[in-house]
Write a new protein. Structure first.
Length: 59
């Protein structure tokens, strides 16, 4: 599984997870304290599944 956070320019700003995980539910914490408020994207890749979603960081 790979979980990445990107800025609006498409640059990876943080790689949160990059390892093989057994099936199940997981929680991952993202601290945006180093980043400015604004829109970001996260991308989840697990096997052939790939999904990108938008998120808003507010401080």
């Amino acid at each position: 599984m790979k979980l990445s956070v990107f800025n609006t320019l498409g640059k990876t700003i943080q790689l949160l997870v990059n390892k093989r995980l057994n099936a199940g539910s997981y929680e991952v914490e993202f601290s945006g304290s180093r980043f400015a408020s604004g829109m970001y994207f996260y991308k989840l890749e697990a096997g052939s599944f790939v999904e990108t979603k938008r998120m808003i960081l507010l401080k």
